[in-house]
Ligand binder design. Structure first.
Ligand code: PHE
Length: 339
């Protein structure tokens, strides 16, 4: 009986779970258990009355000891295990992702640009889509007899206004409103009377940028463009400037981006040139500064016009511009907002 007691104590010490303890209970106190059957090994015939009494006493002690120590161990195991209530919520579980609809790919790129430029101290200004002829054309050095007007087939309103053909219309608007120095971007919708195909739309988005201060040079332009593009494409980008003509900048440039697909080796995306034509830009023409009430002897500035639509197409690999204005839910749902 002493052996059984020791063995039981060792078994209980090794038990790890409530199930282990239940097995121990069966092993010792079950119908064929070691304690239950301990009396069987005794040779009662050879015992005196006194001896039988003592044996019975010990057997009872063993049973009591076994019952009590097993019950205690079971109680301990129960309180150690976490209580599993029905429908209990585990607050540490990560939530299930859910969506609250989609944001248009152009909106996504616009929001990203806004935060990048706001980080560099630029303000965001939008201006009217239905614009005065003066701000869209004359103020940016495109008088009515200028051939550049023909490059931008214009939707004219019956009241003499027009649907702005570019966000450059905001250049003189903001110069007059805020004066110099000035750092602003103007994201927004523009309109041109164009035949549509995979690369052309009559409604598209631009994001103009304007920085005016003392001693602004092409170096500032390149630095700002490189910083912004590296953030958008999340890598260090290489850019180059080629001469380009726009009446409101002098000198004017086309800023090219080293092809992101082939790294400059040449591929179908960059038409084997290694470069992607991306951002028209330049230093603000003195005439434009004058229209804005800013003295070109004292201040200079740069301006650029990012094609937001084109940028969104490049960033998300969208091949047909018309998808952006179709309102097809199957297309839009590919840009879910995850909260
Ligand atoms: N407004 C020009 C366009 O729409 C782009 C541009 C903006 C060029 C700023 C130079 C500077 O084509």
């Amino acid at each position: 009986m002493e052996e059984i007691k020791q063995q039981l104590a060792a078994d209980l010490a090794a038990a790890k779970s409530a199930a282990d303890i239940e097995n121990i209970r069966i092993k010792y106190l079950g119908k064929k258990g070691l304690v239950t059957n301990a009396a069987k090994s005794a040779n009662f015939g050879a015992m005196s009355v006194e001896e039988k009494k003592q044996f019975g006493q010990k057997l009872n002690d063993l049973k009591n000891f076994a019952t009590e120590s097993i019950a205690q161990a079971a109680e301990k195991a129960k309180s150690a295990a976490p209580a599993k209530k029905k429908n209990a919520i585990d607050l540490t579980m990560p939530g299930e992702p859910s969506t609250i609809g989609s944001l248009h790919p152009v909106t996504l790129v616009q929001m990203e640009l806004e935060s990048i430029f706001q980080g560099m101290g630029f303000m965001v200004y939008t201006g009217p889509e239905c614009e005065e002829e003066f701000f869209n054309f004359d103020a940016v050095n495109i008088p009515s007899d200028h051939p550049a007007r023909e490059m931008q087939d214009t939707y004219w309103m019956t009241n003499g206004r027009l649907m702005r053909t570019h966000t450059s219309a905001n250049q003189v608007r903001t110069m007059r409103k805020f004066g110099a120095p000035l750092k602003a971007i103007f994201p927004g919708r523009c309109f041109r009377n164009e035949a549509t195909d995979a690369c052309h739309e009559n409604t598209f988005y631009q994001c103009e940028g304007l920085m005016i201060d003392k001693n602004i040079s092409v170096a500032n332009l390149i630095a700002v463009m490189k910083t912004a593009l590296s953030e958008i494409f999340r890598r260090d980008v290489k850019v180059r400037l080629r001469p380009g003509f726009f009446p409101f900048v002098e000198p004017g440039f086309e800023l090219d981006l080293n092809c992101l697909i082939c790294g400059g080796e040449g591929c179908p995306t960059c038409k084997n040139s290694g470069w992607l034509e991306l951002i028209p830009c330049g230093l603000v023409h003195p005439n434009v500064l004058r229209f804005g009430g800013i003295d070109p002897e004292e201040y200079s500035g740069f301006a650029f016009g990012v094609g937001l639509t084109r940028l969104a197409m490049m960033k998300y690999g969208i091949r047909d511009i018309r998808l952006l204005n179709d309102g097809d839910c199957r297309f839009l749902q590919q840009f879910p907002v995850i909260v």
